[in-house]
Design a protein around this ligand. Structure first.
Ligand code: XUL
Ligand code: CO
Length: 433
C-alpha cells in the first residue's frame, strides 16, 4: 500500500439520502436495470493519463500537481501503478485505460520504449491478477513527443510512419497480453495546420494504409477485442481527418474497413464538431459502428476540449438512452477521459471527481432506462413515421418518379404539416430525471 489515498475507504452505495461526500447516491453496482446489473451496463473505466500522468499545466503555466511518482524512472512508474490500482479499488471501477507513454518511462529510442513497456506490462499483469481490475483499452501516444509534431501515420517523413507503426504493434501486443477488450486509435496529430505545406491525398492514403495494417495485425495475433477510432475535429491539429463519426465512416468505407472498426465517441469531441453527444452516438448506431464512449464534458463558454468530469445528469440521460438503443456496450464501456481542474490538488479531489461522475452516469442510466421502459418516446416517434409503415408508404420506396407523380395526381395528394411536438417531448424527458 502507498500512503497517497491514506484514510480514504472504498466508496459504498448509501442511497440518495446520504450526507457523506464519499458515498454513491445512485451507483449501486449490482442493482438491476433492464435485466442487467448497473456495473455491466456502465462498464466504468478510469483514464491513466489524466489521473496519474497529467501535471496540471495550462497554456499559461506548468505543473501544479506534485505527485510522488512524477519522474522518468521505472521505480516511479511502478509507484504510479501502485497508486493507480489503489484508486481503481477505492472507486470499484472494473476497468482502466492507458497510453504507452502514461505508464512507462520514456526510452532513448524505440527499443528502449519497448523494453520499458514490456517491464511495466508484466507489473500491470500482476496487479490485474491481484485486484481483478481489467483493461478496457490500450492505445499508443503518437502525439506528445516532438517526433510526432507533423503527424504519425500522416507524417511527410516515412521514418515517422515506421516508428509509429512499430509503436502501435508494441501497444497492441501489450493490450493483448493484458487481456484488453479494445484497442483505440485517436489521430491526435493526423491532420494539418496549413494546406500550404500539406499533401492531403498522400496523408489520407497513409492513414488508410496504417489502419489496414492495424486490422491485419489484429487478425494475425488473434486479438479478440474491437479496434476503435476516436473521432475529433480539431485540437491539437487545426484540421483533423477523423472529424466526426460520419466522416470516419466514409473513410472506413473507402478502405474497406467498415466491418472491422468501431467508434469510441467522446462527449467533448462531439461538441467540438458542432454536434451533441447523442447525435454522434445515434449516428454510430445507425451506421452499425457503435463501440465505446469517453465520458467527460467541455466548458460551455471556452470552446476548448477541457475534459472535465461529467456532472450533468440530463445530458447523460440522453447519451445512455442512445447507448441503450444501440443495444448497450459489448466490448466497450464508459471511460472517464476527464481530468481535475489544476487547482484541485488533493488526493481526495481525484476520488471525489470520479465518485460524482460515476453517480451522475448511474443517474443518467436509470433515467434512460425509464425512458425506454415507459416507451412513450418510442410510441411518439413511431406515430410520427406511421405513414411509412402503411402500404402506400412502403410502396413508395420501391416506386419511381413517374409512378409517384401519377399517384400524386390521381390521389390529389396534398400533405398537411403536423406538429413535431418537440416541447411536449422535452417535457416528457424531464419527468424521468
Ligand atoms: C484526446 C483524447 C485522447 C484519447 C486517447 O482528446 O480524447 O486522450 O481518448 O488517445
Ligand atoms: Co478521449
Amino acid at each position: 500500500m502507498t500512503d497517497f489515498f491514506k484514510g480514504i475507504a472504498p466508496i459504498k452505495f448509501e442511497g440518495p439520502q446520504s450526507q457523506s461526500d464519499f458515498a454513491f447516491r445512485h451507483y449501486n453496482a449490482d442493482e438491476m436495470v433492464m435485466g442487467k446489473p448497473m456495473h455491466a451496463h456502465l462498464r466504468f473505466a478510469a483514464a491513466y493519463w489524466h489521473s496519474f500522468a497529467w501535471p496540471g499545466g495550462d497554456p499559461f503555466g506548468g505543473q501544479t500537481f506534485e505527485r510522488p511518482w512524477f519522474g522518468d524512472t521505472m521505480e516511479l512508474a511502478k509507484m504510479k501503478a501502485d497508486v493507480a490500482f489503489e484508486m481503481f479499488q477505492i472507486l470499484g471501477v472494473p476497468y482502466y485505460c492507458f497510453h504507452d507513454a502514461d505508464v512507462r518511462p520514456e526510452g532513448a529510442d524505440f527499443a528502449g520504449n519497448t523494453r520499458n513497456l514490456d517491464e511495466i506490462v508484466d507489473y500491470f499483469a500482476a496487479k490485474q491478477a491481484d485486484t481483478g481490475v481489467k483493461l478496457l483499452w490500450g492505445t499508443a501516444n503518437l502525439f506528445s513527443h516532438r517526433r510526432f509534431m507533423s503527424g504519425a501515420a500522416t507524417n511527410p517523413d516515412p521514418d515517422v510512419f515506421a516508428f509509429s507503426a512499430a509503436t502501435i504493434k508494441t501497444c497492441m501486443d501489450a493490450t493483448q497480453k493484458l487481456g484488453g477488450e479494445n484497442y483505440v486509435l485517436w489521430g491526435g496529430r493526423e491532420g494539418y495546420e496549413t494546406l500550404l505545406n500539406t499533401d492531403m491525398g498522400r496523408e489520407r492514403r497513409q492513414a488508410g494504409r496504417m489502419l489496414q495494417m492495424v486490422v491485419d495485425y489484429k487478425h494475425k495475433i488473434g486479438f479478440k477485442g474491437a479496434i476503435l477510432i476516436e473521432p475529433k475535429p480539431q485540437e491539437p491539429t487545426k484540421h483533423q481527418y477523423d472529424y466526426d463519426v460520419a466522416t470516419v465512416y466514409g473513410f472506413l468505407k473507402e478502405y474497406g474497413l467498415e466491418g472491422e472498426v468501431q467508434m469510441n465517441i467522446e462527449q467533448g469531441h462531439a461538441i467540438l464538431a458542432g454536434h451533441s453527444f447523442e447525435h454522434e452516438l445515434a449516428m454510430a448506431r445507425e451506421l452499425g459502428i457503435f463501440g465505446s464512449i469517453d465520458m467527460n464534458r467541455n466548458d460551455y463558454q471556452s470552446g476548448w476540449d477541457t475534459d472535465q468530469f461529467p456532472n450533468n445528469v440530463p445530458e447523460m440521460a440522453l447519451a445512455y438512452y442512445e447507448v441503450l438503443r444501440a443495444g448497450g456496450f459489448t466490448t466497450g464501456g464508459t471511460n472517464f477521459d476527464a481530468k481535475l481542474r489544476r487547482q484541485s490538488l488533493d488526493a481526495e479531489d481525484l476520488i471525489l471527481a470520479h465518485v460524482g461522475a460515476m453517480d451522475a452516469c448511474a443517474a443518467g442510466l436509470k433515467a434512460a432506462a425509464a425512458m425506454l421502459t415507459d416507451g412513450k418516446l418510442e410510441a411518439a416517434r413511431d406515430a410520427r413515421y406511421a405513414g411509412w409503415d402503411a402500404p402506400d408508404g412502403q410502396a413508395l420506396m420501391a416506386s419511381d418518379l413517374d409512378a409517384i407523380t401519377a399517384r400524386v395526381l390521381a390521389d390529389g395528394t396534398n400533405p398537411q404539416p403536423k406538429s413535431g411536438r418537440q416541447e411536449r417531448l422535452e417535457n416528457l424527458v424531464n419527468r424521468y430525471l
